[in-house]
Write a protein that binds this ligand. Sequence first.
Ligand SMILES: C[S@@+](CC[C@H](N)C(=O)[O-])C[C@H]1O[C@@H](n2cnc3c(N)ncnc32)[C@H](O)[C@@H]1O
Length: 271
Amino acid sequence: MFRNMIKENDPDNTEQTTHFGFRTVDKDSKQGLVRNVFDSVAKKYDVMNDVMSGGLHRLWKDALIRTLRPEAGMRLLDVAGGTGDIAFRFLEAANKRGGDDSAADFKAAKVTVCDINAQMLDVGRDRAIDRGILKNIDWVCGNAESLAFPGSSFEAYTIAFGIRNVTNIDKALAEAYRILKPGGRFLCLEFSKLDMPFLDKIYEAYSFHLLPRFGEMITGDRDSYQYLVESIRQFPPQEKFKVMIEEAGFKRVTYRNMTGGIVALHSGWKI
Ligand SMILES: C[S@@+](CC[C@H](N)C(=O)[O-])C[C@H]1O[C@@H](n2cnc3c(N)ncnc32)[C@H](O)[C@@H]1O
């Protein structure tokens, strides 16, 4: 599916090229390739998440929300928010902790889901309607690298399993810093590097052999799931990504491994 858009060129020419999974592509074409992946999987994305992770993605996302501690009045920008998993959890948690919403000065928590892929957002909107979530949520089509929001306008920025798909991660981090208010929090959930050597081989075999097969069986698209697995391997390990977040200006940057490092939750503050 992607073959004709991929340029097998000089991998050392890093100014012009980047990776798309294990392939080297022109930077200009990566976004379109990523869009194709999520266009192709959007309708089955949520089912596939449960199948691929054995439901673990729910626990990882719950952990992100617990770390964020949503509350009344908080405004969250969830970038690469896809079909709304983080946004729904955020509103639910904020409502639980929100106190008395009949008070005159009550301010509801609000979330903006921003994603480059309109089809993922459409699925998210339908899910919101099914759940009766009709207010305090906006759906915006946009690129993490150039956000259409004013500076210092959100208390929190989250990105879950999205940043490894972004062409210029440094630009996305700079944008995260820009749109956050002073005191605002950045949280990123992403597949990372295993810290349990014995798990490594099993995970490797599962990722490269079984997962693309599941993808083919459920969505009819093996290539997209092959890309997803490869993109995980290309993403910088925990410590390196921590430095990238610091370079964007964030302070008190930390991370926490989950499930043996299959996933890491990075946190930073705009101070
Ligand atoms: C693996 S999905 C994650 C969706 C959701 N956050 C979740 O955890 O279920 C990755 C999402 O990143 C989006 N995406 C990829 N590149 C992007 C970019 N440059 N800007 C915004 N969203 C992007 C894709 O369209 C896709 O919806």
